[in-house]
Design a protein around this ligand. Sequence first.
Ligand SMILES: Cc1cc2nc3c(=O)[nH]c(=O)nc-3n(C[C@H](O)[C@H](O)[C@H](O)COP(=O)(O)OP(=O)(O)OC[C@H]3O[C@@H](n4cnc5c(N)ncnc54)[C@H](O)[C@@H]3O)c2cc1C
Length: 432
Amino acid sequence: MNKQNRRSFLKTVGLGAAATTAAAYAPFAIGGSSKKVVIVGGGMGGAVAAKYIRMMDKSIDVTLIESNKDYFTGFTSNLVVSGQRSLDEIKFGYDGLRGHGINVVIDKATNIDANAKSVKTAGGKTFNYDRCIVAPGIDFRYDRIDGYNEDVANTKITHAWKAGPQTVMLRDQVQSMKKGGTVIISAPPNPFRCSPGPYERVSQIAGYFKKHNPTAKILVLDDKEKFSKFGLFIGGWKKHYGYGTDNSMIEWVKGSAGGKIESVDVAGMTLSGEVDDYKGDVINIIPAQKAGNIAHVAGLTNASGWCPIEGKTFESTIHKNIHVIGDAAIQSPLPKSGYAANSEGKVCAAAIVAMLNGDKVPDPSYVNTCYSVIAPGDGISVAMVYAYKGGKIVKVKGSGGLTSGKFNAKLRGREEQYGYSWFDNITQDTFG
Ligand SMILES: Cc1cc2nc3c(=O)[nH]c(=O)nc-3n(C[C@H](O)[C@H](O)[C@H](O)COP(=O)(O)OP(=O)(O)OC[C@H]3O[C@@H](n4cnc5c(N)ncnc54)[C@H](O)[C@@H]3O)c2cc1C
C-alpha cells in the first residue's frame, strides 16, 4: 500500500473512531517489518487497541499482556447483582484476539522500563517495544476508609467495582439478606470509574427487593452533593421505589449531610461518617479510586493518582513512547467508561499506526454513550461526541443528549433495549 492510501485510510479511521461497529475498518497488510507494540491490560481499552492496530497494519507485531484469562465486563455487572444476568453472560476470553494474530500473554506486567523500552512480567519474561500502551483500569484508595482493605473486600464487605467473584458475592449477600434488612452502599468521590454506576446498582437492588423483599431498605452514603443523571435517577426512584415518601425503599445521604464515610467496623457491620454511624445487614463500599497499580510503578501518574496524556495520541506527557488509555488516563471531558475506553483505544491505535509508519497522526473524534437500567422497561442514557481542538479534547456542542425527564414508557423501554444491544455490539467489537 502506498503512503497516500495508508494516510487516507488512517484519516477515515480517526474520524470514524466515533463509530461503534468495526464495519468501517477494512483489514489490510503492508508487508513484513519488525515494528513492535506491547499492550498492558486486555480490558475495554487495551483489547480494542490491540485488535485495531492489527486491523490497520498487519505488519505490526502486537503483544497483549493481561493478568486474567477471562475478562468480566463492568457494564451489565449491576444486572448480575440483581440476578437479571449471570456472571457467564458478562465473561469474555481472548481467542478472538488471538485470531487477529495478537500474541496474548496471560501474565502480570510488573515493570515498564521507559528507557530500555521493555515490559517485565511476573512470569519472568521481558517484552521489548517501539510503542507501549498501558490500559490497566483502576485501583482503589483503601487508605481513605479506616478498617477497609483488599482482604475485607474479598471476604465480607465487597466493592464489586471490578466485575468477577465479588459481583457474585454481593448478589448472594443481597439475595440472602433477612426480610426488612438494610443494604448500605457507600458511593465514591469524583473522579471514579462509571459515574452513573453506583446509582444503577441502587436501582437494580431496589428492583430485586421490590419483588422479593419489599420491606428491605437501601441506604446510599455519598461523598458527593449530586451525581450523574441525577434528575433521571431521582425521578425513577420516585416512580418505582417510593423515593421521597415515608415508605421509600431508598434513602440517599449527600456528603454535606453526613454521607462521607471515614471508617468501617467490619465485625460490627457499621460505617462511621463525620456525623453518624450506620449499621447495615449488607455493606458495599465503592472506595475512592486511582490509576491501576502498574501505572504508578511505571511512573506514569502525577499527584492526582491518574496519568496525564496528550489527547490526540494518548501518549504520556511523562514518558515518551508510552500511551495510556481508558480509566487510568486523565482524559476529561471524556468520562471513565467502557465506551470511552473503546473510543480512546481506536484513536490511540490509529495514532500509533501513523507514528510507526512515519505518517501524519489523524485528527480524532471520540464518543461516549452510557446506558443505565432503573427498573425493568425503564432505561436511560447520556451521550456525547468529542473532538480535538486547540490541543485539547472538547465536547462537540449540540452533539449529545440525555433521556427526557418526562416519562414515556415506549421510549424508556426502547432505551433499555438499546442498552442491551450496545452490550452485544461493544463486546463483539472488542473481543470478537
Ligand atoms: C458496576 C459498573 C458498571 C459500569 N457500567 C458501564 C456502562 O454502562 N457503560 C460503560 O461504558 N462503562 C461502564 N462501566 C465502566 C467500564 O467498565 C470501565 O470504564 C472500563 O472497563 C475501562 O476500561 P479499561 O480498559 O480502562 O479498564 P478495564 O476494562 O478494567 O481493563 C483493565 C485490564 O487490565 C488488566 N491489568 C491491570 N493491571 C495489569 C498488569 N499489571 N498486568 C496485566 N494486566 C493488567 C486487568 O486485569 C483488566 O483486564 C461500568 C463499571 C462498573 C464497575
